[in-house]
Ligand binder design. Sequence first.
Ligand SMILES: O=C1O[C@H](COP(=O)(O)O)[C@@H](O)[C@H](O)[C@H]1O
Length: 763
Amino acid sequence: DKKTHTDFVLIGAGGDLAKKYLWQSMFQLFINHANDNTTFNFYGCGRSNYEEGRDLIDNILQKHISCEFMSYSDLCEKKKVSFSKIVRYFPLKTDLDFQNFGLHLEMGDSNEAVEVGRIMYMAIPPSAYASMAAKMWECCYGKAPMMWNRLVLEKPFGSDYQSAVKMAEEIAKYYKEEEIYRVDHYLGKSVVKQILPFRHANRDILEPLLTSDHVSRVEVVMKETIGVQGRIDFYDQYGIVRDVMQNHLTELLALVAMELPDEITNTEQVDKSRLRVLSQIKSVNKNSVLIGQYADYVMQAQSEKENVTMSKFTPTFGAARVEVRNRRWSGVPFILVSGKHLDERSSFIRVVFKENDFCISGCRHHNGSHWKGQKQIIFQIGHGNLPSAGIMVSKDLLNPALPSSLKDLPVTADDIAMYGQSLNDLTFLVPKDNQPAYVTVVDDMFLGRRESFVAKERLLSLWRLWSPVLNDLQGIAPRLYQREEDRSLNFKLTSNGLQYMFTDKFNAILESTYGQQFSSLPASYLDQQLVIKPTEDILIHAAAEYILNAINERLKVKDDINIAFSGGNSPTKLFQILVDKYQQIPWEFIHIWQVDERCVSRQLDGSNFKLLHDHLIRNIRVPYMNVHPMTVEVADRVCSPGDRGNAIYEEEIRHHIPDLQFDLILLGVGSDGHTASLFPGKSHEGSSLVAMDTVKARMTLTLPLLNKGKQILVLVTGSKKHDILMTLPDDKKTATDYPILGVKPVVGNVTWFVDYDAWFGTR
Ligand SMILES: O=C1O[C@H](COP(=O)(O)O)[C@@H](O)[C@H](O)[C@H]1O
């Protein structure tokens, strides 16, 4: 019956984390706990002034708090109204702001509640933690008897052992360790919460099995499909090892590897056991770590920051082999893997058991099929293809007992294979309480469940483990990978570490052909944009994607679009992909033009239009009137000067495109530096838009017209183009020497699409 009141202060109230997770979690805290005896005030704080802050809060209440996931949505809507009444914004910029806020909280303290608590949640950059902790302590620390204070911090807590110690010391000047709640939201994931209860419920059978006699390896994996676009600056400072391996993955490892304390609800016992196992982990070294970086990373970095010199060293993928040196685990590899921009989103811990048993008779599987012998326990933490996060146990291994917090989810699915086993052969247990991690984290901080947070000693122990290898990895270029070619990251365990496998075609080509050079790719060429992809196939897919985006963007501002295509081998492949994979392109709004043409009849091989027609036009729904073949053939004659075919094409262009701006132009470059049908050795200045080259027997758009283009794409593939790519960046050469150098649009831009063969040349 005790009356309690809590002030929940969210500093950084308009940040990403707050919008995505924290406000919703605070709302759920209110729903779960608020009543006549338990009251709350919620404060959003930030550097915006009062009016802006108030708008921000209104916006958050409208857009970022949802009843969608709650079964009792009517009630939820009412609660939302009550919640909005106790949410307020306070600016925290000047000293006066802090004083005012402190006074406001103090006035509230005199209410009749017996216990008053303050949660100060710092959803701000870690560099501001120490100074903000000092200010919050000065203005807003609740000093009255019976009051409690909690300072909540989000990782990263430092970037290595030294900086973590420093940060801890600075904050300790103001807040006692038991008042500091360091969030690792993975500890709030519903399945992670069930690891100890599951082990405890099956203690008698399972604990003897969790040893090096029976376990072949333990995998701790967190794969994501998203990249880090938008937060490259943060990632350049931290990288995947600091971002998730040092914290989330190692915490998960500890929960599986620690000795199970007698009482799993005894925080002290649990902490002690966790710390002990961490101290038994052999510190990670360079041989046992692999790093990778997704291939577009540096290009993304270039669009977000000025200096990208260090970006090429930032790992977005990491794999580590970790050893726990104690009697239970000696010799069992723990494999930690995490990466961005991978093929799937999934996180799990998988304990794979050894195949030590030999069956002589009665070797039948429970459902009559032959005994398969696969034995594993999988803690599927999130995002897999499963109906729910949960714990899966091979039926051949054990018939698990259920703690009260888990329930059995009967699934029958012959055709769904998980980790090499049919779902039918796995018992699937799901948490009864499956709420989002941050909801649990916020609930736990309110209830003072410190075991869900990272205590200082454990934090330092985690850094002690990872700091040495972070030093060793400095300056090592990570292996580049593509999402499309994720096999390039496959690795194997060696006697003392990990090694990438090179059996995969993609990597075999890269390694044998280019050695390690492919680790560092520039993002611009001739001061124009550059996209480099490992194979012609991948490159052309990227170009197709680029074209689709360009079309969609242009259609937002105009009704029809003009594209000029070159002929040749690579464009032909591009046409094929546009037809097969990009059926959504609205061809009815697109006019198709030619960049150049040979003086041959349209029906004959060698005609660019024939290529364009056979590979693109006849396979898409483009209106006949939208197709503009180059007029090399007039009155059954080909390129007869008297027919003025080039002037006719120019008129047609002027008529359809009064501003003369093609929306998209696809060019190539010859090994002599020609582009379109503009060849070296001639000046290409002049005023005509379409020219006839009688010597070469070609018709072509000219530089003045090409340079009015909005987006120009230069496609370069194959090792024969390597030399010219290396030659072009020469200040002394001009468009007369190499006509491609004359492609410099007045207002548009050029993007080079180059494959590895062209970029590196084949050795
Ligand atoms: O802490 C982090 O975790 C997220 C992934 O969290 P999840 O709950 O969506 O699995 C990750 O994207 C981020 O880089 C990292 O800082």
